[in-house]
Write a protein that binds this ligand. Structure first.
Ligand code: ADP
Ligand code: MG
Ligand code: MG
Length: 213
């Protein structure tokens, strides 16, 4: 199996869980303004369970796809809510691209991230501008693919894409929610970014730290 990719994925989950432990209160605060306030706790629980499951799979010698499948199941079970289900879908899609036995390169990763984007959009039916995490993942995935296709190495492409995701997540503050729980609260979300977009951008920056080694 692709042990090197599996090890990078497992390290990433551990770092993501630690980051979300620290950010949970702030994500909850943002979700409370126009949603139900559980985004921080959900993301923290989901990522912690995913990190534990990834470790168990990696300890058994699993490849990246299997590690991501175990993590996906754990995240959606323990995280709950819309975001738990969506993160589960995204991680399975990424695993399908990375595979258990293939050598993973920048092209494989960029392709996997494009599949993550497709998974979110077909699962949740949100489009850009609906004020969801789609508003962060679309620019992230597209920029990553663009830069890799132009010949950048993964670290440079990911650096640029993570900056783009961060800007895009901040820009959701000027949008009004049209989907999900936030919709019923209408304009109350104006001036506050979408919690799922913010947490997605935070995850991309945490993975960047892992890629930097
Ligand atoms: P819940 O809304 O069930 O309480 P969370 O609070 O954990 O779940 O997650 C809320 C986030 O989920 C939102 O900020 C948004 O980014 C994302 N989200 C909600 N609905 C959709 C959707 N249809 N497509 C994509 N993302 C969505
Ligand atoms: Mg919520
Ligand atoms: Mg909820």
């Amino acid at each position: 199996p692709s042990r090197e990719a599996a090890a990078t994925v497992t390290r990433s989950f551990r770092a993501i869980a630690e980051m979300l432990d620290a950010e949970a209160d702030e994500l909850g605060r943002i979700d409370r303004i126009a949603g139900d306030g559980d985004h921080g706790i959900g993301m923290h629980r989901g990522s912690r369970a995913a990190a534990d499951a990834a470790q168990r799979a990696a300890d058994r010698g699993a490849g990246a796809r299997t590690v991501l499948q175990w993590a996906a199941d754990a995240w959606s079970d323990a995280g709950g809510g819309t975001s738990g289900a969506i993160w589960g879908e995204m991680l399975v899609a990424l695993g399908d691209s990375l595979g258990d036995d293939r050598a993973v390169d920048a092209g494989t990763v960029a392709d996997g991230v494009l599949r993550m984007k497709d998974a979110v959009m077909s699962f949740g039916k949100a489009q850009r501008g609906d004020k969801t995490m789609v508003d962060a993942i679309v620019p992230f995935a597209d920029r990553l693919a663009q830069r890799v296709q132009a010949g950048d190495r993964l670290l440079d492409a990911w650096t640029d894409a993570a900056e783009e995701a961060t800007r895009a997540a901040e820009a959701t503050a000027s949008m009004t929610a049209r989907l999900g729980r936030a919709r019923s609260h209408g304009d109350r979300s104006l001036g506050t970014p979408d919690p799922g977009a913010v947490s997605f951008a935070l995850v991309t920056r945490t993975v960047l730290d892992i890629l930097k080694g």
